[in-house]
Design a protein around this ligand. Structure first.
Ligand code: AMP
Ligand code: GLY
Length: 449
């Protein structure tokens, strides 16, 4: 029987993962819970009435499928211990156990690990009262950087020059004006430079770096407006050359893996390094314990080799350091979101002609996320309409020989869409040259570089 890889999640990242894994010879792909748009291209096994909701339900479904490899997409089930549960059932799972996923689910924990491992990051103070938070804000000065300690879906960070706004957000995170909500807040030094996202596939000891990407986090063109989960991405990132990849591999990922192993919680899965590259060198802004969304949409078209085997090897603790490579060219992914994003979608907003935007020969693919078919959700709305359900609705991703070509294709496809109540940024990939090291091998474990 052909081995089965089951991707868990509902968004554009999981759609991109499923589509990339479907290209790997010798593997079948399933996605759960998936979404209606993905179901047009990928097998979505039906949940059982007894499965229950949330991560417990996902675990029950995954166990029933007896997949040869389970790939967990989003952070919440990782933080809730889904990998621990599935491993205890004997499943091969790609993703960190709960204690290792704390690198993302607690910013205070991540700071502690970085300090212990000697990884360059912003100087920070973890505060548990508003009085401490105010002292820390005064110490660091503007621009202020305030972070909620726990998971916040991309909305837990405020970077502002406005002291009152910084204090208000800190108090909010702390759960009350006196800071008696039992929460913690991280206040840190502002880092200047260019951001890039570098993801490492890790097996607990060794790692392979995937091509770097740049995420566009702000809601509006020109990097204005509030932070979001990501409005688009470009790969490779022009700020990351071979020297920076080496530095990330040797000074960030390798020491992190050593530190996590020394703490008895080896890190297996994707380590996402959010980086600030500036005059002071490469510093870590944040770690995530999973594939980035939408970085994954832009990166996977550039990864050569058998990706399913790569992840399965990592999940077993036997990562094949030569198992993947870098393809030439570039990719651009544009998020389609509600007009008010990161606010809620208006109840009658939809995207037309979304299926028609995919064009394999033309290098264009569409990933579905927060959308649902018309009629089922809203009586009287044609069933071929894709209604927005909140969050990011879908992604239009294109590859090309250059960022300029990929960008032209992606926006060409976006221009042919219809509907109302949705928007996208118009500047994803603008002014970005193709950067990064030349096609060929990926940067791997420090011992080999
Ligand atoms: P995080 O969730 O920690 O990645 O923060 C979200 C975004 O806030 C980052 O992608 C940066 O754009 C910005 N940010 C976070 N920390 C800093 C910092 N220390 N200096 C400057 N910008 C930051
Ligand atoms: N795009 C940023 C993230 O996945 O956290």
């Amino acid at each position: 029987m052909t081995p089965l890889v089951l991707v868990l999640g509902t968004g554009g990242r999981e759609h991109a993962l499923a589509s990339r894994l479907a290209l790997d010879p010798g593997w079948r792909v399933a996605v759960a819970p998936g979404n209606e748009f993905m179901a047009r291209e990928h097998w979505i096994p039906k949940p059982d009435a007894q499965d229950g909701a949330g991560p417990a339900g996902w675990a029950a479904l995954a166990a029933r499928q007896r997949a040869d490899l389970v790939v967990v997409g989003p952070e919440a089930p990782l933080a809730a211990g889904l990998v621990d549960t599935l491993r205890a059932l004997g499943q091969t799972v790609y993703g960190p156990v709960r204690a290792a996923a704390r690198l993302e689910s607690s910013k205070a924990f991540a700071k502690d690990v970085m300090r212990a491992a000697g990884i360059a990051t912003a100087d920070a103070e973890v505060c548990d009262t508003t009085a401490r938070a105010e002292r820390a804000l005064d110490r660091f000065g503007p621009p202020y950087v305030v972070k909620a300690d726990g998971l916040a879906g991309g909305k837990g960070v405020v970077v502002t020059a406005d002291g009152a706004a910084a204090r208000a957000f800190a108090a909010d995170c702390l759960g009350g004006p006196a800071g008696d909500g039992g929460n913690r807040v991280v206040i840190e030094q502002f880092l200047d430079g260019e951001e890039a996202s570098v993801m490492a596939v890790c097996d607990g000891e060794r790692h392979v770096l995937l091509p770097a990407a740049r995420d566009y986090k702000r809601a509006f063109d020109g990097d204005r407006g509030p932070n979001t989960g990501g409005m688009g991405a470009v790969a490779p990132a022009s700020a990351v050359d071979a020297g920076i990849e080496r530095e990330v591999s040797q000074r960030i990922v390798a020491p992190l893996l050593r530190e996590m192993a020394a703490r008895g919680t080896p890190y297996r899965g994707t380590l996402y390094c959010g980086l600030m590259i500036g005059r002071a060198g490469v510093r870590v802004v944040e770690f995530n314990a999973r594939f980035g969304d939408p970085e994954t949409q832009a990166i996977l078209p550039l990864v050569a080799g058998n990706f399913a085997e790569l992840l399965a090897g990592a999940a077993r603790g036997e990562l094949d350091l030569e198992g993947a490579g870098r393809r030439p060219g570039a990719a651009v992914s544009v998020a389609l979101v509600a007009e008010a994003h990161p606010g809620a979608a208006a109840s009658r907003s939809w995207i037309d002609r979304l299926e028609a935007a995919s064009n394999e020969q033309g290098g264009i693919s569409v990933q579905g996320a927060g959308i649902v078919r018309g009629a089922a959700a809203l009586p009287g709305v044609p069933a071929d309409r894709w209604l927005l359900r909140g969050g990011r609705a879908a992604f239009v991703t294109a590859v090309g020989d250059s960022v300029a070509e990929a960008r032209e294709r992606a926006y060409g496809a976006v221009a042919r869409l219809g509907g109302r109540g949705w928007r996208c940024r118009g500047d994803i990939g603008r002014a970005a040259a193709v950067g990064g090291p030349p096609p060929g091998a990926l940067a791997t474990d420090v011992a080999r570089s």
